[in-house]
Ligand binder design. Sequence first.
Ligand code: EPU
Length: 356
Amino acid sequence: MLPAPTTPPAPGASLAIEQDVSLRPYNSFGLPAVAHTLVHVRSDADVRRLLGHPEHGRAAKLVLGGGSNLILSRDPQAVVLRVEVAGRRLLAEHDDAWIIESGAGENWHELVAWTLDQGWPGLENLALIPGTVGAAPVQNIGAYGLELKDRFESLDAVDLVTGRSVTLDARACNFGYRDSIFKQGGFGGLAGKSLITRVRLRLPRPWQPVLGYLDLQRRMAETGDSSPDARTIFEWVCAIRRAKLPDPARIGNAGSFFKNPIVSAEQCKDIIGRDPEIVHYPMPDGTVKLAAGWLIDACGWKGKSVGRAAVYERQALVLVNRGGASGAEVVTLARAIQESVYGRFGIRLEPEPVIV
Ligand code: EPU
């Protein structure tokens, strides 16, 4: 960890604090919950101002990005910090890469589209992922053969106890499959302990397409275009996602609700013996990733619901809000799915979003 330049709070500048704020517009599932205290964070200095606040400075804190990977099962007791750090720019242009810097509060998809418009390709496979730039490294977002960690340079974060700003490189972020140090608790983990303010991305030059994913191979075969440019891949990814995944602006959801479970080769052989159709992907380390959507689908969950929370008809891995769902309904549905998959396959599905 390298110390980042620390800006002292400007004298007289004040914090934007609100009381009793509905969080419904701030979470993509559209769940009802109320923040007793919500603070709009626009800079590192805002965090330090909050830490010095006589009433809220030492209270527990919940960091809210785009709210696209969050299930609010009740009103959070913590002070909610909404990250709104803005701005994006080309930081450096090297022979082998463009380095882009973005405020954590910027919208992820808009950043992807903007980099393409500027002529800096490399993020196209990650198009249309809901959420903010600051949330992207937290769960190491990934889609269509690419993960954030493959394009990551570094990020700035503020410690929520000391107010110190630090810069973390990829190694320090400890990225895993939909995982990073920011989701990890305990000693050494940073879950709930820091707030990401800026993210830097490395887009390698010359650009090379990532086309290994089956859905993209299919597009290449259908269109006869075997060397698509970045713009074409961007459009393909948007079309594939729109066909499979609900648009959170219309149907509340948090993307994939469960991680794809990883099992040993032996365990997989056993499962294939019983269910030869199971969709699975051998991993480089000898383990096997199973398609959670297939497991849930095989248990007959597509279209089923608990109250107003339901399993999406077109993709069983996605839970949706049919309008007016409560967080408790979502959690009850998720538990019932976990039990049924465990009962049939002996596999414990792990939720992907953070449940509060
Ligand atoms: N499947 C079914 N029934 C279903 C859903 C899926 O049989 O209801 C089968 C599909 O036919 C396919 C396999 O399961 O053979 C995998 O499905 P898909 O290719 O749609 O991808 P996924 O494993 O469901 C993952 C990510 C997505 C990401 C896509 C594309 C996870 C948990 N999910 O989904 O990420 O967009 O691959 O790369 O890793 C997210 O994290 O929120 C997310 C949407």
